[in-house]
Design a protein around this ligand. Sequence first.
Ligand code: KIV
Length: 264
Amino acid sequence: MKTTISTLLKMHKNGEKFTVLTCYDALFATLLEDCGVDVLLVGDSLGNVVQGKETTLSVTLEHMVYHTQCVARGAEKAFIMVDMPFGTSQLSPERTFENACQLMAAGAQMVKIEGGRIMADTIQFLTQRGIPVCAHVGLTPQSIHQLGGYKIQGNTEIKAKALLEDAKILEKSGANMLLMEVIPAKLAKQISTVLSIPTIGIGAGADCSAQVLVLHDMLGLCTGKKIKFIKNFMEGSSTIQDAVCNYVKAVKASQFPGQEHEFH
Ligand code: KIV
């Protein structure tokens, strides 16, 4: 049976964690859902891991439509969330709606939009017109040049307060979920407690309703410096399927992320 937004909200209500992994093609869509992954995120991280770019900024709507169609062909059960790439959600609510419609037509069940309270009107416009939205706050890779690098967000009292306020405003505007990236675990816990919508964490500690990782990272395929919040699930697993099943089990049992993956 297809996982729907109602399935995920019910899991959240029952205190059952759901699992999210990025996915960019049909083969992995089938493999991941067979291992019990609840949500496939067609992330614009495909710019990094598939296209070999330094940032996600050059990913286009056409790229996202293509990869969404690929994932949708492979996924029978898993819920499909899709990133709105840089420049497609920032102009106006109307233009964003038109762009989001292309992703929904390609197979998305929810779009993800980066940005804090500035995106509230757009999120309201979309959600009032039948497009579920996950808001993405904290480290927002599309703003990398404004943030000055991939680094922790919300780590001072003033910034934490602003992030909490953003989260409340986004929920009020109709956001169906909130993804928090690389923020202190304590702040993520506070936000998850205050909001009634599900929260998805990446580098945000264990107290979120769900966890997400970039597929290639959790399979140990990333090169370069070790990133604190990533766990290589291939270590101790004999196949990719084992690694993914171990990720699902670890998230559901609140064993991942551990304290060693958290920021303070
Ligand atoms: O594009 C992506 O993969 C993401 C995750 C890092 C959450 O947005």
